[in-house]
Design a protein around this ligand. Structure first.
Ligand SMILES: [Zn+2]
Length: 456
């Protein structure tokens, strides 16, 4: 692999220039910003790297996926196929005043490169393309078929992905899949994760009056915010137990290996306390119990509350309407639709038939087993690249559409990437170091090589 690694290093400036080109093009899915040009640029960059590329229209007028196929140099019909899942959309840049540089003018300061999406996930796209380019230049082509699936609305909850997979899933099928997410943690150990929580996002609203009233009428008229607060208060008790009937029913106990993996994870509790400015965690959790709670337990979280007057001074008003948004992070094998139905029944049972609920997002949870041969193979390559055994997390506490590839399309999935906790993804001053980029590119190259020789 020396020839490939040297090529990646010798051409790192060009690879970074290509990454800068991607970052310079805004692609904020939440605001549908930049999508007149972003899919075309993504397609163009894949084509420049030898791919047959296509802008894939997504059902329900979703933001397009960009898909690329690069056949193996010899006998592509019999060669195995590896799929890289990536996304070219990014998070909003607000608050803009906390950025030290223009988020869409990538800037190098020493060994750190700044810009929105430069780590999540354009950095992964760039690192993978650097590895692919090395094979083409040094070896005259790829030892396996490569598919690149670059989603355009991952940061908006991949809401149309299940429909796209139902419609065109066969085109994206491969013998194995590499997900985003992976890299190094704070003490320099490589890390991988085997799954992601799912999510159900809902909006709740209750209207009690045809319009806002003078607050003196509070003596005789019903209050929408009080009503909504009472409804919300029935969902979770003070010990964090979610009270929706059957909420926990579908949960599968994590395997002994998964539990052991979480027990072995580093203790980040002191840092979290510091970062979030709290003295303790809910229910006094700490140590292994804290990590198990974060990894294996679902949540019922209020993400927003809105009613009445919040501007300067006082307005004596009785609000007609109250609204809230919630997200429920789900664990295997909970299903968002089922939880939604149970939430509806729960509110009805408590006499809150008038509280309207609307689904805002739904992603199934997914977890692959730690002893999956594909996970083992990728873990071995991580150890070769980083010189240490990877830290294995059964699932992230966050959400992504792994289910659609792992379960619906039945592909084994493992993660690899350019991540480091200092990258400030989703936040102002998102960045990446040249070293993280190079490590991610080398790891992608070794995965391609090992996949072609040992997996097909
Ligand atoms: Zn991402």
């Amino acid at each position: 692999m020396k020839d490939i690694y040297s090529h990646i290093e010798d051409h790192v400036d060009e690879s970074i220039e290509q990454l800068f080109e991607l970052v310079r093009q805004p692609s904020i899915s939440a605001q549908k910003l930049g999508f007149d040009k972003a899919p075309g640029l993504m397609k163009d960059i894949l084509e420049r790297n030898g791919f047959e590329a296509e802008i894939v229209q997504v059902p329900n007028n979703g933001l397009p996926t960009v898909y690329g196929y690069l056949p193996a140099a010899t006998n592509p019909e019999s060669a195995p196929t590896l799929l890289f899942y990536c996304h070219y959309d990014v998070q909003p840049v607000d608050p803009l005043d906390l950025w030290d540089t223009d988020p869409f003018e990538p800037t190098r300061v020493g060994e750190r490169l700044y810009g929105r999406g430069i780590s999540d996930d354009k950095g992964n796209i760039g690192a993978r393309l650097a590895a692919i380019r090395a094979f083409r230049d040094v070896r005259g082509g790829l030892p396996c078929n490569i598919k690149m699936f670059c989603e355009g609305e991952e940061e908006s909850g991949s809401i149309n992905l299940p429909d796209l997979i139902a419609e065109r899933g066969d085109d994206f099928r491969a013998d194995a899949c590499i997900w985003e997410g992976g890299g190094r943690n704070l003490n320099g150990d490589p890390f991988m994760y085997m799954g992601l929580k799912g999510v159900l996002g809902v909006g709740l609203s209750v209207r009690m009056l045809s319009g806002d009233a003078h607050s003196s009428y509070a003596a005789i008229l019903p209050s929408a915010p009080w009503r909504l607060l009472r409804a919300l208060a029935t969902i979770k008790d003070e010990d964090e137990r979610i009270l929706i009937n059957g909420f926990y029913d579908a949960i599968v106990e994590p395997s002994a290996e998964a539990v052991a993996a979480v027990e072995a994870l580093p203790d980040d509790a002191p840092e979290w306390l510091d970062t979030f400015g709290v003295k303790s965690f809910v229910n006094g959790l700490d140590g292994e119990d804290l990590r198990k709670q974060l990894t294996f337990q679902p949540t019922a979280n209020i993400t927003g509350l809105d009613s009445g007057y919040q501007a300067a001074g006082q307005k004596t008003v009785l609000p007609a309407l109250a609204k809230a948004k919630m997200d429920f992070r789900l664990v295997p094998e909970q299903r968002p639709r089922d939880i939604f139905d149970k939430l509806r029944k729960h509110l009805d049972k408590h006499g809150f038939e008038d509280v309207e609920i609307q689904i805002l997002g739904a992603v199934n949870p997914y977890r692959t087993s730690l002893d999956s041969p594909w996970v083992q193979l990728v873990a071995e390559t991580a150890e070769e690249i980083y010189g240490r055994k990877p830290v294995m997390t059964p699932n992230m506490a966050g959400t992504g559409p792994m289910f659609d590839f792992g379960e619906t399309l039945g592909m084994p999935i493992a993660t690899s990437g350019i991540d480091h906790p200092s990258h400030k993804i989703h936040a102002p001053n998102e960045n990446i170091t040249v070293e993280d980029f190079l490590l991610g590119a080398r790891h992608a190259a070794l995965i391609i090589d090992r996949f072609a020789s040992d997996w097909g």
